[in-house]
Design a protein around this ligand. Structure first.
Ligand code: SF4
Ligand code: MG
Length: 334
């Protein structure tokens, strides 16, 4: 059994304008020590999905199941979730200040988290571990910097501190939601390197959420592409980058920035993400799809296996051979 198995997750919210159907039947699994990339534009449902698993979408109507080592996160009580959050599943966000409190010293925050989850750990030992973690994520002079406040850290250093905090309790799974989006390209590459290295050292499973396929090109084992609250395509990394089936995946590949190609070569996907209140009929991508056919407008394509690729599924009526690709994957230097 996988570490985490999410089956037919559905999340909707009531708003004065109508029901927002943010996630509409998404399934995925993450094995121990592996990395799943979840990719899509804003509004695809990628963040809502994982926030729901963590019990962070109060007021939402949630269906489906999310088994973490056999326990269903979707039916766990708040008390049980408090024990799981941080200790077994940790989260890293784009904005470190959503995890680091601006008014407390960085080291102290890590110590407190350790002591909250492990009441047997003494103050001294917690301090040692906090400093050790800060050193491990590449913060120079960690014993001194542990006594600084978040605003005294650069953006990249804050992100490192948040990673230290996420790893401090040795969780089995880390969910990272756009962890490098706010950083410049050089710092972004350093942080991704660090995450990859620490993940190997700690054997942590990782869900990496991003709008940019370039970010996970050399770290994901599997990739789930989401669009309009649904899975468009799901595959191992190589088949996804080299033999994508879904036109949306192809669009993301063509619009992904990379170290190799200049930004002038990027081709953004025309149009806007769909309304999640008045969801388009048929294939949710049809208003933007360059390959749209008559049947796409009334008929919603099911997620189906793609020929010859075990584990590769896609929700598109096109025959597999219809999409040419090659250059895009090359550009991402795979
Ligand atoms: Fe495009 Fe039709 Fe495939 Fe949807 S089902 S992605 S509209 S070709
Ligand atoms: Mg998001």
């Amino acid at each position: 059994m996988s570490l985490l198995e999410v089956t037919d997750l559905r999340v909707s919210f009531s708003t004065p304008d109508g029901t927002v159907r943010a996630v509409r039947g998404v399934s995925f699994a993450v094995d121990r020590g592996r990395t799943l990339g979840i990719v899509g534009e804003s509004g695809s449902g990628k963040s809502v999905s994982t926030q729901t698993l963590m019990g962070l979408t109060p007021g939402a109507d949630v269906r489906g199941s999310a088994l973490f080592e056999g326990r269903d996160l979707l039916t766990a009580g708040e008390r049980e979730m408090r024990g799981i959050r941080g200790a077994e599943i940790a989260m890293i966000f784009q904005d470190p200040l959503s995890s680091l409190h601006p008014l407390y010293r960085v080291g102290w925050q890590i110590e407190e988290m350790i002591r909250a989850h492990e009441p047997g750990t003494g103050k001294r030992r917690a301090r040692e571990r906090a400093v050790e973690m800060l050193g491990l994520v590449g913060i120079p002079q960690p014993a001194r910097r542990a006594d600084e406040y978040p605003h005294q850290f650069s953006g990249g250093m804050r992100q490192r501190a948040m990673i230290a905090m996420a790893l401090a309790l040795n969780p089995k799974l880390i969910i990272a939601d756009e962890p490098t989006t706010a950083l410049d390209a050089t710092v972004q590459a350093q942080i991704l390197d660090l995450m990859r290295r620490l993940q190997g050292e700690f054997g942590t499973a990782l869900i990496m959420i991003t709008h940019d396929l370039g970010v996970i090109a050399d770290m994901a084992d599997d990739v789930l592409v989401m669009y309009g609250g649904k899975a468009a395509e799901r595959a191992g990394r190589r088949p996804l980058y080299h033999r994508p089936h879904h036109p949306y995946t192809k669009g993301l590949l063509e619009s992904a920035p990379s170290a190799a190609g200049g930004r002038d070569r990027l081709k953004p996907i025309p149009g806007q993400p769909p309304s999640l209140i008045n969801v388009p009929s048929g294939c949710v991508f049809h208003p933007r799809c360059a390959y749209v056919m008559d049947r796409c407008v009334p008929d919603d394509p099911p997620l189906e296996p793609v020929a010859d690729d075990p584990g590769h599924v896609s929700a598109c009526w096109l025959p597999h051979e219809a999409l040419g690709l090659g250059e895009d994957a090359e550009r991402l230097r795979l």
